[in-house]
Ligand binder design. Sequence first.
Ligand code: PRT
Ligand code: MG
Length: 217
Amino acid sequence: MSQQLTLALSKGRIFEETMPLLNAAGIVVTEDPETSRKLILQTNDPGVRVIIVRASDVPTYVQYGAADFGVAGKDVLLEHGGEGLYQPIDLNIARCRMSVAVSAGFNYASAVRQGARLRVATKYTETARQHFAAKGVHVDLIKLYGSMELAPLVGLSDAIVDLVSTGSTLRANNLVEVEEIMQISSRLVVNQAAMKMKRERLQPILAAFERAAAATL
Ligand code: PRT
Ligand code: MG
């Protein structure tokens, strides 16, 4: 019985940083998602295909079994909740941190100390809610889908919760990182039913991913 495996990836850094791990498992994607408009990519292995989805949709495809496994950032997994997913391996790729940032002139420490309600714009409302609740800071969360850096500049919010890697986006917009919430990396996620039903096919790939990820530490 042949078992087809479907791997869900997003274009950009996750696709690029997952390729060496896939190659370590002997799987080579034969089409380039940056130049092809196809959303289903073939590999050198007729039993493995890759689907290209939005980064935040990867857990959903895997949860419902439309993909057997996928790669998603911890940021995305925390917002999704992880229902129906095994998360066996931290791949240690697409690393960054989730932080609180404010306009250069805004006194964050004083605002927090005074117990004022803080207006926080973010795509990561679940993570932000938990972070500020744990600190006992009252916040009004404003859900955005991108370009969070703009919000404090035009008075939409006092602060943002966003991902930072080099810090150059914050600097370019005159924002200052005032608190690191957590370190972020991407995880392999596996559909729970596939983990049982397709174990023989999945296991060698997961083992190769794990070895290759550990080798980069
Ligand atoms: O871009 P799109 O809206 O399609 O979706 P996405 O932003 O969710 O996907 P993508 O491919 O940009 O990010 C996928 C995953 O990469 C995220 O879920 C993170 O886990 C991880 N990652 C690692 C990052 C970054 N580094 C990162 N720097 N995701 C986003 N950024 C953005 C950040 O939001 C900010 O706007 O880059 C900007 C900051 O970068 P610096 O270098 O200027 O600090
Ligand atoms: Mg992006």
